[in-house]
Design a binder for this molecule. Sequence first.
Ligand code: ZN
Length: 139
Amino acid sequence: MKSYRKELWFNIPTRRAFINITPQVEECLRESGIKEGLVLVNAMHITASVFINDDESGLHHDYDVWLEKLAPHEPVSQYRHNAGEDNADAHMKRQIMGREVVVAITGGELDFGTWEQIFYGEFDGRRRKRVLVKIIGEC
Ligand code: ZN
């Protein structure tokens, strides 16, 4: 069995954003040379997510509105976590959108369902943050 590990770095200039990271994960897969196996992609921060869904801007807007209803950023004083911080909402948004995804690798390709793409969800940006890509399998 072969294994491959890489960290993808992000520095999102806004507090919140959704970024399609499928091309970077596909590049990792090419670098790994693995043809059959599994790829794990996870956010390495507790205020960011990795998830799979449609690359459709209306949906991303809808996610942002929905997450703001569930866990509004303001007023920051509503959260106990915010004693000395202001990112309690980001922890909650990450919890809903998830930590990681696992995708099957078949014939050297990501074996997606229809319209599936991998996204990085940032909920407390404006600083450098990492995503781990770990691939295991056979060449
Ligand atoms: Zn925090």
